[in-house]
Design a binder for this molecule. Structure first.
Ligand code: CP
Length: 312
């Protein structure tokens, strides 16, 4: 595998999940693989889990790690070809990507959607700009439209906690005071397409995700109906896709509670706003898998990096 940019870069999900679970038992088993190799992690946005778990994964593989908060410390980048750069942008991605490539063997990039311009977000200017001009592989640490490392960690967590041949998995929208991107929800939907699960998406009308991504999935606007007999409930906020980046409403009736959850396991990518997205009682219960999801971020990153290193 050259790059890990999307869930679709996974050639065999069952073998990746099995291998990740094996890595979890023996994290340093492949410490020689990354010897004399360096990863540079470029953060255009904040992070707790991605930043630490990806570093941990690289260290487990024996790599050197360099981290840069590009969003606050780097030069502002131009992405359009042929621009007369006489305004605010200081450096073109053509040079930046080639320069970073001189210092490392893999580049990890986090660059969120700005939620102002759907076309620009879907063009994935940052990650595609680096992919085009870098001379080393790219690892997606959450881009405008996808968060494939999170989705892989979620698949590992599901595999570890599932005891049914075809579990029911529900992705439920929840309210949030800030407009959030669609990346986590998109990649989770793509990941569910790769699984043998009874998958239902539930959200208020107006919060439909990109229909190209949800194609084939069941969408139920009645949250209670969607949650019936659920085994796993993945809760996430996202802003409107149709009225791009807007908060249409923050209906508190969609907050996840123990009553609604029933006997299902609760999942969320974190960070999570308590008693807005989900009640304390859910997060503090033994039905919550959120800490295990965060733990599995290390092994998701480690399996993705291992595949990249094996192909160098
Ligand atoms: N889930 C996730 O990506 O967390 P961070 O934003 O803290 O990295």
């Amino acid at each position: 595998m050259k790059n890990y940019l999307s869930v679709t870069d996974i050639d065999s999900l069952p073998s990746w999940v099995d291998e990740a679970i094996e890595l979890k038992k023996h994290p340093k088993a492949h410490k020689g693989l990354g010897e004399n190799k360096t990863i540079v992690l470029l953060f255009f946005n904040n992070s707790l889990r991605t930043r630490l778990s990806t570093q941990k994964a690289a260290l487990n593989l024996g790599m050197e790690v360099i981290v840069m908060n590009f969003g606050s410390e780097g030069w502002t980048l131009e992405f359009t070809d042929g621009t007369v750069m006489d305004q605010g942008k200081s450096e073109h991605v053509k040079e930046a990507a080639q320069v970073v490539s001189q210092y490392c063997d893999v580049i990890g990039i986090r660059a969120f959607a700005n939620l102002q311009d759907k076309e620009a977000d879907e063009a994935e200017l940052v990650i595609n700009g680096f992919k085009k001009h870098a001379t080393v592989p790219i690892l997606n640490m959450e881009s405008s439209v996808g968060h494939p490392l999170q989705a892989l960690a979620d698949a590992i967590t599901l595999a570890e906690n599932n005891n049914k041949s075809k579990p029911k998995v529900v992705l439920s929208w929840a309210p949030h005071p800030k407009a959030l991107p669609h990346a986590v929800a998109n990649s989770f939907v793509e990941m569910m397409h790769l699984q043998d699960v009874d998958f239902v998406i539930t959200h208020p009308k107006g919060y439909e995700l990109n229909s190209k991504i949800t194609k084939g999935a069941t969408i139920e606007h009645d949250q209670n109906k969607a949650l019936e007999n659920a085994d796993f409930v993945y809760v996430k906020n996202w802003s409107s896709y149709q009225i791009y980046g807007q908060i249409l409403h923050q209906d508190k009736n969609w907050t996840m509670t123990l009553d609604k959850l029933g006997t299902a396991k609760f999942m969320h990518c974190l960070p999570v706003r308590r008693n807005v997205i989900v009640a304390d009682a859910v997060l503090d219960s033994n039905q919550s898998l959120v800490i295990e999801q965060a733990n599995n971020r290390t092994f998701a990153a480690q399996i993705a990096l291992k595949k990249i290193l094996e192909n160098l």
